[in-house]
Design a binder for this molecule. Structure first.
Ligand code: HQG
Length: 393
């Protein structure tokens, strides 16, 4: 096997990556992206794979695309790779793109050598792999998974399962206590393999202190959303009839389990990507702008909706929605958005997304009331089937 080494020879961190010709052409830009994230403190060793579908497949399987069946060469390939990973003073990470991403994940079930796995757009649709993961124990401590947000939109029925398989894998690994993340990149399978792989390695080596900070802020923000929308009693506070919580009480309550301060709270409110929260004028009170399950009146503004609004949901809810229309479920309102892109993102939280188009103008003419929250989410009590049409995803 053709082996190439890049980066600092003495680096403690060694990244291992099976590549093909295409990856090889992109290797300089991948390296640049890794350097940008963590400087020069790494070594990258690439292993040139000649027969991709055979040398990276853990077991034989019939062709999923094209004519080529999958072989069972992964074990031999891993043996070759391990010959280069013998320095016990180093920390090894394995990663790759597509079938090499799947191979990297599989390799972490074979050996405890790899501290982390960087699986960028891995071929999680590989026949039998989901079962394999359920039945075996992984040895790596950190696993990065990513997928392009268009990848499951393929006509190939096996490859179309890639989204659901990767979501399952993410849940499974987290349940097993593995530090695992699933990142959605923009685009299809053929976009940005170099940058996606670099990002994967950077996460796996636990770099990017900024990313870590983001994670903590995100986690605290999620907790705040739980408190302000659903369960104030979780930290022993209550909301008034308009959904306001006392800022001091909130900070003290959250402070029992995580680091928080007025500065952090202000940063969360200011930077929240959906502008979920608002302070009152003198910042003594705070509330969520929408999304509640507890009955509070956040003084929503009643407005005339645009002609069409969208609702993104998961495919698994489709049959029920087609029968009974959109219901608010555990929240006070059905959430709608003005554009399909937002609807698709909301839908992806529930599995394979389905987008409904809502004839908002007709509903409004027929007397239904619409509200717009201060952060731009459209809300209405329910949408009967007659106003719904399955739209394009
Ligand atoms: C579905 C996020 C079966 C509905 C987002 C949805 C949003 C039905 C799920 C906000 C149904 C409820 C809300 C029926 C509706 N049968 N299923 N008849 N009618 N459903 O999470 O709209 O990040 O409560 O389609 O961005 O997904 O939290 O609502 O899939 O704005 O700020 O029941 O939450 O914002 O799920 O999301 P959810 P949602 P945040």
């Amino acid at each position: 096997m053709e082996v190439h080494e890049y980066g600092s020879p003495d680096a403690q961190i060694v990244l291992v990556q099976p590549i093909d010709d295409h990856d090889n052409k992109l290797i300089e830009s991948e390296l640049a992206a890794i350097r940008e994230g963590c400087g020069d403190g790494f070594r990258l060793v690439t292993f040139k794979i000649n027969d991709w579908n055979r040398e990276l497949s853990p077991w034989e399987a019939p062709a999923v695309f094209g004519q080529d069946d999958f072989g069972n060469g992964a074990a031999d390939t891993l043996q070759e790779i391990l010959k280069y990973c013998t320095d016990r003073t180093k920390t090894y990470y394995i990663g790759g793109y597509s079938l090499a991403g799947l191979f990297a994940l599989w390799a972490a079930y074979q050996t405890g050598l790899f501290e982390g796995v960087a699986a960028a757009s891995p071929s999680m649709w590989f026949p039998g792999f989901a079962e394999y993961m359920r039945e075996h124990e992984i040895h790596a401590r950190r696993v990065y998974l990513s997928l392009g947000d268009r990848e499951e939109k393929t006509r190939n029925p096996v490859m179309a399962t890639v989204g659901d398989r990767i979501r399952e894998a993410h849940t499974l690994l987290r349940e097993k206590g593995i530090d695992c993340t699933l990142e959605w990149n923009a685009g299809n399978h053929f976009a940005d393999a170099d940058k996606r792989t670099a990002k994967a390695f950077l996460w796996a080596i636990g770099h990017k202190t900024e990313a870590k900070k983001e994670v903590d802020i995100k986690e605290t923000s999620k907790f705040i959303s739980l408190i302000l929308r659903h369960k104030p009693e979780a930290i022993g506070i209550s909301l008034d009839e308009h959904g306001w919580a006392d800022v001091q009480e909130l900070i003290e309550g959250i402070g029992k389990t995580r680091p928080i301060s007025m500065e952090i709270l202000e940063e969360i409110v200011r930077t929240d990507e959906k502008q979920r929260y608002s302070f009152n004028e003198d910042k003594t009170l705070i509330r969520a702008n929408q999304g509640h399950s507890i009955p509070v009146d956040v003084e929503l503004e009643e407005v005339t909706p645009p002609e069409v609004l969208y609702h993104g949901t998961g495919e698994k809810f489709k049959a029920s929605i087609d029968r009974e229309g959109l219901k608010p479920k555990s929240r006070l309102y059905v959430h709608l958005s003005a554009d399909t892109e937002t609807a698709r993102k909301v839908g992806m939280r529930h599995g394979r997304p389905v987008i409904y188009q809502v004839d908002a103008r007709k509903m409004h003419e027929d007397g239904y009331v619409f509200y717009k929250s201060v952060n731009g989410v459209w809300l209405t009590k329910a949408v009967p089937v007659s106003y719904l049409q399955e739209g394009r995803g």
